[in-house]
Design a protein around this ligand. Structure first.
Ligand code: NDP
Length: 498
């Protein structure tokens, strides 16, 4: 491993945050102390809000929705706020990246790149705010004219996870705001800082009070109360399939709130013998190691044509050992720390299970001693049976399982042999092969001869048990609207009672 050269110092003491309701900062709650996953030292103190705090935030979001201070603005005015927020984010990029690294453990260079993407999300959403429109029917006869309006859904609850705290937030917040909705956000308790910093940014950009509120605390208390809340009109949840399912029950048992769910994945990376092998090797090494594999679209199942499998796995193992794992504050680091103790245990548990079930450990499988943090080497298992746990469960860590196929039908069948359908990738120089696979594999995001490419124009979301609805792009704004049809009659009514 390369020598560690820190480019930023750790904070001298943990930074204390308040929570944000109705345009004002509040405090006075017990505090959750967050330790940096990469260093093991306290970095932030986050309020443990109560359900009463949540109720006040929902009430503020409701008032701000009903008083039309946001929904009643023109698209151009909403776009103005979003563009100012983008400019402020650009100025504060390094600071936001720093807090993201301290709470999440991802490499600083990667965090900066993610914030660039967040800025692009705000700019994209500003464009959609101006172009969002409905439809009209001029075909209903001379006496009737039909308008189809898109109206904002109302108060949106937003529950985000700890793996991409700011990126996932910004793939949602600007698009929700573009629609005219108001927001109560609840970040994961372990990564709340940057969601709170966004409140400062939006206030400075001119967002009216009550439109964006942040209530911090645990998922079991605040998240569950949001899912059950009778005055939240829509809930956008990103996280585990198990909690996603509990949100569906809570929505059904409360007010039938609309749901957007982005859940787990077990994503196939399919390589045909005619692919550019070196590119595919590099891409899958990246796809499984990026964000330490704590990534819903990580390439966790390699499905490689048998004739090239041995050569492919050997090249891949060699590349995986050269990934620079280290201190997340080091500019050279490619893979940082595992975000939580619980996730560390989960990943190590799956590695042990893979060995127990008889898969061959080709490389990795070990923990690394770096500073006071939690680190796991990128891991490759070959000879993985399709019924093994490591083949079926979302590990959410840098653990790749390799499967072999002989025909295109078999490749498609293995790829679809999962309850999930979040993302997939195919590698082939043959356009017929690539297009056939992209049409037949059931996944919400598909990459041909690339991986994790995209921009805020492209919608995100899953098939099957990977979720409901789409985020980002035009679709991501429309998701937060509901359709109203307006019928306008001309001339005199033909009376029913003569
Ligand atoms: P969770 O689904 O528990 O957490 C995701 C978010 O939901 C967090 O903000 C969490 O808050 C909140 N939450 C927790 N419980 C509830 C609840 N009952 N009602 C409403 N919200 C709740 O994921 P974990 O952190 O436990 O991770 C477990 C597994 O989930 C991972 O191993 C991975 O497989 C998957 N996962 C998938 C993600 C994805 O992007 N698709 C993201 C994260 C996890 P808090 O953290 O404060 O408890």
């Amino acid at each position: 491993m390369d020598k560690i050269t820190k480019t930023a110092a750790l904070p001298e003491s943990a930074r204390e945050f308040g929570f944000y309701v109705d345009g004002a900062w509040r405090g006075g709650r017990p505090l959750f102390e967050r330790l940096s996953p990469g260093h093991g030292v306290p970095v932030t103190l986050i309020p443990k809000c109560t359900v009463e705090d949540l109720n006040e935030a929902v009430a503020a979001a409701r008032r701000a929705f009903e008083d039309r201070s946001w929904a009643g603005l023109s698209g151009a005015d909403r776009a103005g706020v979003l563009l100012r927020a983008a400019a402020i984010l650009r100025e504060r990029r390094d600071e936001i990246a720093y807090w993201e690294v301290l709470e999440n453990g991802k490499p600083i260079a990667q965090a900066r790149g993610e914030i660039e993407h967040c800025i692009a999300c705000f700019e994209m959403a500003a464009g959609v705010a101006r172009t969002l429109h409905g439809d009209s029917y001029n075909s209903l006869g001379d006496n009737l004219f039909g308008l189809v309006l898109r109206e904002p859904v109302g108060v949106v609850g937003l529950i985000t996870p700890w793996n991409f705290p700011f990126l996932l937030l910004c793939e949602r917040v600007p698009f929700i705001l573009a629609s005219g909705c108001t927001i109560v956000a609840k970040p994961s308790e372990v990564t709340s800082a940057t969601t709170l910093i966004l409140a400062e940014v939006l206030e400075q950009a001119g967002l009216p009070a009550g439109v964006y509120n942040v209530v911090t605390g645990s998922g079991r208390v605040i998240g569950q109360a949001m899912a059950e809340h009778p005055d939240i009109d829509m809930l956008s949840f990103t996280g585990s399939t198990a909690v996603g399912r509990s949100c569906v029950h809570a929505a059904a048992d409360s007010n039938f709130k609309k749901l957007g769910l982005e859940l787990g994945g077990k994503n196939p990376f399919i390589v045909f013998a005619d692919a550019n092998i070196d590119d595919a090797v590099d891409a899958v090494a990246f796809g499984i190691s990026f964000n330490t594999g704590q990534c819903c679209v990580s390439s966790s199942r390699l499905i490689v044509e048998r004739s090239i499998a041995a050569e492919f796995e050997q090249k891949l193992a060699e590349k995986m050992t050269r990934i620079r794992i280290g201190d997340p504050l080091d500019e050279e680091t490619q893979v940082g720390a595992i975000t939580t103790d619980a996730q560390n245990d989960t990943i190590l548990g799956f590695i042990a299970k893979g060995r127990e079930e008889g898969a061959t450990l080709v490389t990795g499988g070990t923990t690394l001693e770096i500073g006071g943090g939690r680190y796991i080497a990128p891991t490759l298992f070959s000879g993985v049976g399709r019924d093994m746990e490591i083949a079926r469960e979302e590990i959410f860590g840098p653990v790749l399982s390799s499967f072999h196929f002989d025909t295109i039908e078999e490749a498609i069948e293995i790829a679809n042999d999962t309850i999930y359908g979040l993302a997939a990738s195919v590698w082939s120089q043959n356009i017929e092969t690539a297009l056939t696979v992209s049409r037949r594999v059931r996944a919400g995001r598909f990459w041909v001869n690339t991986i994790m490419a995209g921009g805020p124009e492209m919608p995100l979301g899953g098939f099957k048990q990977s979720g409901w609805g789409r985020e980002a792009g035009v679709y991501g704004v429309e998701e937060y609207t509901q359709i109203k049809s307006v019928h306008i009659e001309f001339g005199n009514r033909a009376h029913w009672i003569k």
